[in-house]
Design a binder for this molecule. Structure first.
Ligand SMILES: [Fe+2]
Ligand SMILES: [Fe+2]
Length: 475
């Protein structure tokens, strides 16, 4: 089960050749996918040989094989984690029953919505990142970008497989629609707002892969608990790929910080104008980008109080992060949770039924996890002896979804008037000058072993290769 068949037109470990109808449907979708990739995938990359990892099994040890691959020849396929014997549902109203190998009729609509929403984020991020290859700071980074892109493409395959296999004609139509929506397009945008934002520069890309791919991790972890076993198994394998995406983000920002701190110490200054003139990204700008990506990403968890979240949990479709490690009854009727509201010009906690607050529960778990990497970034600044610390903003800051979206809140959690917000917002979120400055640094560096001035080389390359390895052959 764990080994992957590459001799089929569509690589898979689900015995696809035994289900002719499904195989045919997916083989019809495949050229449409490749056309989408040609139109909306990485700009100008068709002739490159890129040092990519390809899944060869789903075993945790050694699932990946590395080698130079011509980009459009990447073998996207369908890989599920092996089935767990006698897996039981372990939360919600069906707790203790056998996990479902097929979808109970009454849950079809909700499951379809969950799978389509997840599936939509995957091609969206490829579209958001499609121009970045033109301004890569090094071959190493270009390779990482393309690795993330091909794997997001594969995540789309994972969701489309479920749609085709379990949702019949509706599923096939959804599969087509996933190739038709476009990130940021007015008439047919992607479903979630963060996936319609632009990723115009590499600072945004690293922030996106640190913060927004981490949202992916938490959504996938919650779906990996699902009573619908094929969804659980496919998301478990997606998670092994997601880890690298977050690494790209965390290490990317860390290398920017390292370079900036080096320049600050050499020049003995924290003067933003001087640092910008020296071509490095000042720390306050990093903080503003962080504020933006953090706040846009935590909106992805949805409204703080949500009856849909309660339904998804109670019916067993979507669990909590690390459901199995929690010590409560996994049914949660009668439990409560605190959410934030604004009352009389102040943020106040309000106790609500936990089932209705499960979006908030997942958001809070996410926030805890994302703070970890920010602390590691601060270690780099601290080691350089510089008295500056990055900080995730208050979770009520710059929100667009839920009860907090009605009010302006500062990064330290104070309720503001519109006038106060307007007076300070340029200090809190990337302003036009920041974006223009960061944009001005973006130039293409592709000589083997060379890095742009604004970012330090990595400590180690990919697959234990050196930093000056030939990661991309441009032909
Ligand atoms: Fe993904
Ligand atoms: Fe990802």
């Amino acid at each position: 089960m764990s080994s992957i068949t590459y001799s089929d037109k569509i690589p898979n470990n689900v015995n696809l050749s035994e289900d002719r109808t499904l195989q045919r449907a997916l083989e019809q979708w495949q050229p449409n996918y490749l056309k989408w990739w040609g139109d909306m995938g990485p700009d100008d990359s068709q002739n490159f040989d890129v040092y990519l990892r390809t899944a060869v099994s789903v075993d945790p040890q050694g699932w990946a094989q590395f080698g130079h691959v011509k980009m459009p020849d990447y073998r996207w396929g369908i890989f599920l984690n092996p089935a767990e014997k006698d897996r039981k549902i372990h939360f919600g109203d069906h707790k203790g029953e056998d996990a479902w190998q097929d979808i109970p009729g009454e849950y079809r609509a909700n499951l379809r919505r969950i799978i389509v929403t997840q599936g939509d984020t995957e091609p969206a991020s490829v579209e958001q990142q499609r121009h970045l290859g033109l301004t890569a700071p090094s071959q190493y980074d270009l390779r990482n970008l393309f690795q993330v892109n091909v794997e997001e493409g594969r995540h789309l395959w994972a969701m489309v497989y479920l749609l085709h296999k379990y949702f019949g004609r509706d599923g096939r139509e959804e599969g087509e629609a996933l190739l038709e929506r476009r990130s940021g397009q007015q008439d047919n945008p992607r479903i979630l707002q963060a996936f319609n934002e632009e990723t115009p520069d590499w600072l945004s890309f690293f922030m996106f892969t640190y913060f927004t791919d981490r949202d992916g991790k938490f959504q996938l972890c919650a779906l990996a608990e699902s009573s619908f076993d094929p969804l659980a198994r496919t998301t478990k394998f997606m998670l092994t790929e997601e880890a690298h995406h977050m690494f790209v983000g965390e290490s990317g920002i860390s290398r920017i910080i390292q370079r900036t701190c080096q320049a600050m110490n050499e020049m003995k200054t924290d003067d933003v104008t001087k640092l910008r003139a020296a071509g490095v990204i000042d720390l306050p700008t990093l903080q503003r980008y962080l504020n933006f990506h953090f706040s846009v990403t935590i909106d992805l968890f949805g409204a703080d109080e949500s009856s849909n979240a309660a339904t998804f949990y109670s019916t067993g479709l979507k669990g909590r992060f690390e459901e199995g490690k929690r010590m409560d009854d996994h049914v949660l009727k009668g439990s409560t949770y605190k959410v934030l509201n604004v009352q009389g010009g102040q943020l106040v906690e309000k106790e609500v039924p936990m089932l209705n607050a499960l979006n908030e529960v997942l958001r809070d778990d996410y926030i805890k996890d994302s703070i970890g990497g920010v602390e590691r970034w601060n270690k780099v600044i601290e080691k350089a002896g510089i008295p500056f610390r990055l900080k995730t903003p208050h979770k009520a800051f710059h929100r667009n979804i839920g009860a907090l979206s009605q009010t302006k809140i500062s990064p330290d959690g104070r309720v503001l008037s519109d006038a106060e917000w307007k007076a300070h917002v340029d200090n809190w979120l990337p302003n036009d000058a920041d974006r223009a400055f960061v944009g001005s640094l973006m130039g293409r560096v592709v000589d083997t072993g060379k890095f742009a001035n604004w970012i330090a080389p990595p400590m180690m390359g990919i697959n234990r290769q050196p930093a000056d390895f030939e990661y991309v052959r441009f032909n």
